[in-house]
Ligand binder design. Structure first.
Ligand code: COA
Length: 266
């Protein structure tokens, strides 16, 4: 993992830390970042040593100032731009991660930056965070899931207003609009995210993953099918719980190694 350049991935005490690392360009999201993030996300999902991950931005000024404008909208043709996007479905992968993801947001959180945050499960912002979906001004629409994730997180009317007006939002309003779960001082940002991660990781990993799935997948199914999903997940969990308990108790009940010379007890 150490050969990455624009993403830093670290692991400590069952928490994966993903740092967008282009501070000189306000952590703007480029193709290299996409490719490195792709590998990091696969590692997070596959590594049993990671139970929860925190996303953050390097430097003082930004979590991420959106797509890299020196790459984006400069592709020789829309066909090549579309091809670059579909080569790797990073957003689909991000949304499919079964482990909880926490975004620690500071400074500029724009365009793809806000969309990365929206793919996370819990968002903590520092007081200096500013959010914006500037796509309208560029004559495009969000293409990293934002048109779908934004209304799911904050509701349709505020999402439409924020998107259609391209109005920037400060941290306090982002909290009122439910875009972020809490706002803390800059110094408390990472400790707060770590506090949440620390609490989550104390719980059974399968229960955590199923709880996440029940909410994130269930919300798109309608109540009846969502309840079905919940019942299935609860059932799997109970079955695996019973299996584990049975295995444990049967290992206690295993007969002691027999000594063929010993006679029956009593
Ligand atoms: N893509 C590529 N480079 C970017 C970038 C982006 N989205 N956002 C910022 N940068 C670069 C700047 O070009 C600048 O590089 P330089 O020092 O080599 O000139 C550096 O990051 C610092 O940005 P700067 O504009 O000087 O900082 P600022 O505090 O004055 O302004 C912003 C910050 C976010 C208001 C401004 O950088 C901006 O509007 N960025 C574009 C946001 C955007 O439209 N994103 C795309 C969404 S789809």
């Amino acid at each position: 993992m150490s050969n990455f350049e624009v993403v830093i991935y670290e692991k400590k005490d069952e928490i994966g830390y993903v740092t967008l690392n282009r501070p000189q360009a306000l952590n703007a999201y480029n193709i290299q970042m996409r490719d490195e993030l792709y590998q990091v996300l696969e590692a997070i999902e596959d590594d049993p040593g990671v139970k929860v991950a925190i996303f953050k931005g390097a430097g003082d000024k930004a979590f991420c100032a959106g797509a890299d404008l020196t790459e984006f909208l400069t592709a020789p043709s829309p066909v090549i731009a579309r091809q670059a996007r579909w080569e790797r479905d990073i957003w689909g992968l991000l949304l499919s991660i079964t482990k909880p993801l926490i975004a620690a947001l500071h400074g500029y959180v724009l365009g793809s930056g806000i969309e990365i945050a929206l793919c996370c499960d819990i968002r903590v912002a520092s007081e200096d965070a500013q959010f914006g979906v500037p796509e309208m001004g560029l004559g495009i629409i969000p293409a990293a899931g934002g048109s779908q994730t934004l209304p799911r997180v904050m509701g349709m009317a505020p999402a439409l207003e924020v998107l259609l007006t391209s109005r920037w939002i400060k941290a306090g309003e982002a909290h009122r609009l439910k875009l972020v779960n809490q706002v803390v001082s800059r110094g408390d940002l990472l400790p707060t995210a770590e506090g949440l991660a620390g609490k989550i990781k104390t719980y059974d990993r399968t229960a955590i993953n199923y709880a996440k799935q029940a909410i994130t997948r269930g919300l798109d199914l309608g109540l009846e099918r969502g309840l079905g999903l919940e019942a299935n997940l609860a059932d799997y969990l109970l079955t695996s719980f019973v299996k584990k308990a049975t295995l444990k108790s049967s290992s206690w009940a295993l007969p002691a190694p027999t000594d063929s010379r010993a006679g029956p007890p009593g």
